[in-house]
Design a protein around this ligand. Structure first.
Ligand SMILES: O=C(O)CCC(=O)C(=O)O
Ligand SMILES: [Fe+2]
Length: 319
């Protein structure tokens, strides 16, 4: 496998806009099977025909870049307050997070946005930026719920446990986060590693990612080789994360990925929507049919909030 599949949802998304909430049409069943196959085999796919306008992504890119290019003194007024998942709002400086404990810190800056926290803040100076993030958050939220419904159909989750477990996105009981990322240009010394963001898997249910034209995202394939996820115009990269893998008892894979530096003289931007189940959801394999053999590593249920906090704390400095 040298590339990830492309899935076009334009037909079914139009039907849904007409308020048809029936997910059993032939077209939907077909698309949900394609999604499950892609997540099962590659953990990733490129989504096209979604209904988020490219101009909104471009506007968020512009606003974020303007923010990230401010002097540190100004950005530090918005520093993220702590590493707990419920605090994930604000600026994350360069070389702070470490996805791989054996490697140097990641060479990236980020701004995390959660509506429940944003509404408690009065950041007048960056209001246009946060308003825009709020608009994008809502659109990603709708699209994500739509994809989760298709995943529920494809996994034969008749009670819609997966999609129902995300009904509090945007509220305090759910830590779904919109993150805008900025990967700066690098000097020769920093370049020796040639990695902007080290190898990791994502933590929650699914991640939606919009990347600019620079490239650098790579995904591990079944042979253990990293393959590039080449930027495609108007498409969103979707990948499965750890909790969805657990829910599906390993049928769906949360695959390792990283961002390498293609060109140290060019900065890179991306926007990630990290979709998480509600905090109080216990994740355990959905299938209990007698024929289904469940591997030991998935048998123990995990509480979403505990899992996310543990993973996020591991990426932050220890002192
Ligand atoms: O920026 C990217 O392309 C991917 C970033 C990523 O994988 C992450 O932040 O979890
Ligand atoms: Fe990731």
């Amino acid at each position: 496998m040298s590339t990830i599949p492309v899935i076009d949802i334009s037909h079914i998304i139009l039907q849904q806009q007409g308020n048809n909430n029936d997910f059993s049409s032939r077209e939907e069943t077909k698309i949900s099977a394609l999604i499950i196959d892609a997540l099962q085999e590659h953990g990733f796919f490129n989504l096209t025909g979604h209904n988020i306008e490219d101009s909104l992504f471009q506007k968020v890119f512009q606003r974020s870049k303007a923010f990230f290019l401010l002097p540190y003194g100004e950005k530090s007024a918005y520093l993220m307050r702590g590493f707990e998942a419920f605090n994930k709002f604000g600026y994350v400086p360069n070389k702070l997070e470490k996805f791989d404990s054996k490697k140097p810190c990641d060479l990236k800056e980020a701004f995390d946005f959660m509506p429940a926290i944003a509404t408690n803040q009065t950041f007048h100076k960056i209001k246009i930026f946060t308003d825009m993030q709020s608009e994008l958050f809502e659109k990603f939220q709708k699209l994500t719920l739509f994809l989760l419904q298709l995943i529920s159909v494809g996994l034969n989750d008749r009670e819609n446990i997966i999609s129902q477990s995300h009904n509090e996105i945007g509220n305090e009981n759910n830590w779904t986060t919109l993150r805008t990322l900025y990967y700066p240009t690098l000097n020769e010394k920093e370049c020796t590693e040639r990695v902007w963001c080290s190898e990791h898997t994502d933590y929650g249910s699914i991640t939606l990612l919009y990347q600019d034209h620079v490239g650098g995202l790579q995904v591990l394939n079944a042979c253990g080789d990293y393959i590039p996820v080449v930027p495609r115009k108007n498409s969103i990269v979707v990948n499965a994360a750890d909790l969805l893998e657990r829910w599906s008892a390993g049928r769906i894979k949360s695959i390792k990925h990283r961002v390498v530096v293609n060109n140290p003289k060019s900065s890179r931007q991306s926007i990630a929507f990290f979709c998480q189940p509600n905090n109080d959801v216990n994740i355990e394999p959905l299938f209990s049919s007698k024929d289904e053999v469940i591997l030991d590593c998935y048998k123990q249920s995990v509480l979403t909030s505990e899992y996310l906090n543990k993973k996020i704390q591991n990426t932050w400095p220890k002192d």
